[in-house]
Design a protein around this ligand. Structure first.
Ligand code: SF4
Ligand code: SF4
Length: 236
């Protein structure tokens, strides 16, 4: 995502929420003191940004139901094979192939780390966020059609796996031939839930909960690519 787009997203957020200056600067790559603090929770390696000069960790909590910005500005909704099975039934399609034909374009993108390195290149079937969505809108923020007037997802609890993970992105790396799941924050400027703290402790319960979701999601991604529903190139 380009710096200008992130800046616009942050300005949009700042109309309603107070964003700490250090969080604002981190999003825009203006901090030269970011170190990668790694926390392993239930086998998932979380990469938490640590701001060395301030001696603070960048943490996150969800502000829903006051906020549903990630659903109002959704960039894409890639689907695992499990998602396709669940959501096609939820949307009352008689077959998955009919659902795929009517509701899903193909998305392709690079997954970036918080340190702005390309981690993986991915192509997956994705769910239209708007019934008239075009291929050119892939990656561009759109209000999701499943967000109702009360800020609730009409697909919940069968919403796409990526919606359960946000604002984390996750990927697998090979460690001596053994796949290891990693996760870091997506710093796109669309989430007002980031804050700083002197310890990482306030986020431990969230990391416990998300580690299980993230691990399961990656296993689902493996099944998806194995059955040729998507393609992922893992950068070593
Ligand atoms: S994840 Fe972030 S953007 Fe989404 S509802 Fe929670 S606080 Fe808002
Ligand atoms: S599918 Fe649901 S949770 Fe996901 S972006 Fe749309 S409204 Fe939000």
């Amino acid at each position: 995502m380009k710096e200008l787009e992130i800046k616009e997203s942050l300005e949009n957020l700042a109309n309603k929420w107070t964003i700490e200056q250090s969080i604002y600067d981190l999003h825009l790559g203006k901090r030269d003191d970011v170190s990668d603090f790694q926390l392993v929770v239930n086998g998932v390696v979380f990469h938490i940004p640590y701001l060395v000069k301030d001696k603070t960790y960048v943490l996150w909590k969800c502000l829903w139901p006051d906020c549903h910005n990630c659903c109002e500005r959704q960039g894409r909704l890639p689907l695992t094979k499990d998602d396709i099975s669940l959501i096609s039934k939820k949307m009352e399609y008689e077959s998955e192939s009919e659902f795929i034909k009517k509701e899903t374009p193909i998305s392709s993108w690079n997954e970036m780390s918080t340190m702005n390195n390309v981690i993986t290149t991915i192509s997956m079937i994705s769910l239209k966020r708007d019934a008239k969505e075009t291929e050119e809108q892939d990656g561009k923020p759109l209000p999701c059609r499943f967000l109702d007037g009360c800020g609730t997802c009409e697909l919940h609890p069968d919403k796409p796996g990526v919606c359960w993970l946000y604002p984390f992105s996750s990927w697998m790396e090979s460690d001596n031939g053994k796949p290891v799941v990693h996760a870091s924050f997506q710093l796109t400027g669309d989430c007002p839930g980031f804050y700083t703290d002197k310890t990482s402790q306030p986020m431990m319960d969230i990391l416990q909960e998300y580690s299980k979701r993230i691990f399961e999601y990656n296993m689902s991604i493996l099944r998806t690519t194995r059955e040729k529903y998507g393609f992922i190139n893992i950068v070593q």
